[in-house]
Design a protein around this ligand. Sequence first.
Ligand SMILES: *Cc1c(COP(=O)(O)O)cnc(C)c1O
Length: 416
Amino acid sequence: MNFDFFEPRDGQLHAEDVPLARIASEFGTPTYIYSKAALTRAWYEFTAELAGRDALVCYAMKANSNLAVLNTFARLGAGFDIVSGGELTRVIAADGDPRKVIFSGVGKRVDEIALALHHDIHCFNVESLPELERVNAVAQGLGKQAPISFRVNPDVDAGTHPYISTGLKENKFGIEYGMAIALYRKAASMPGVRVAGIDCHIGSQLTDVAPLLQALERMLALVDALGAEGIPIHHLDLGGGLGIRYSGETPPDPRAYMREIIRRIGSRRLKLMFEPGRNLVGNAGILLTRVEHLKTASAKNFAVVDAAMNDLLRPSLYSAHHEIIAVSPSDVMPQRYDVVGPVCESGDFIGKDRALAIREGELLAVMSAGAYGMVMSSNYNTRPRAAEVMVDGATPYLVRRRESVAELFAGERILP
Ligand SMILES: *Cc1c(COP(=O)(O)O)cnc(C)c1O
């Protein structure tokens, strides 16, 4: 498994050199825990083959936008892929460089475009003709020229969950492949934009690189055709999507993937860009939770824990599988449990039919929860959001304090 920074020592699960039980007693549960060493290793694995090349890796921060996570990547030289003005503001708060930011997303507002222009971001990934016209108009109004790239939909099937597949014709994302050249011609004639690159992003949690490489071939055909028309493309952004191991998957090795890409680029002079999200953070985080009750029924046993779908939505939303591990060994016989939260929905589960040797009050670690975990959390059932801790060696740092109930309704008012 890829959990090397979350391993048992003397039977006690640790995050790097810190026992998880210590984090629970200091910071409570449920708590998200990130390993700085795991984040750093994922970054080096992703970027190793790009050393010495003109390349920019923009962490897709929607996967996990805690400031400490962003700052860890910023210090490693990362750019950021953002999908809102709020995310840009976070990049700046985390000491990231806005000039290494690319702005993705189908619904950019005028004020968000203006904010991004004000901070001289690296590129706008434009997803439609109306958006192109809007970016052009806002830039002209500010006396600027916006660097743009079109997100082209290569119409390949990523073979992943329909909610996280984005590269097919029927998806809302990107411009149609057959429209690309006409749109580039149009952009080249607009005074408020400057054609910088081309991009695609076909889906998430891909465990096979074949569709990614198929998309690459289609993008390269467009790069060549545009070059022949006198519209030079300076960068090729292949998006994110590289999968991780949750349980039985064998995800692609980022280094082998990079080597394949570099080989196919050949002698073309293209800056290479990527937007990895999950791959950089997924296995670098866990969710620590405590067993409240063990409930036995005739058909099923339930372990009711203090984390719920509002803390980790992926199992409920995508039927996603997360490994669940007891933090300390217990001398009881393992039994099969559905691990569920206290939220009033039958869809509130963290894992189904898991063999666990546990007692009430003990701790469970929900593995591979670093991506699309905390960021998708909510306050449903007036549940304060979890704390977040980042471990660096032997030190746990609280990087987001647990919410209080009072904060949850601080903005609300009753009628006079
Ligand atoms: C979500 C997203 C990513 C990151 O996807 P991962 O599967 O987490 O790597 C990259 N680019 C765009 C445009 C996205 O929407």
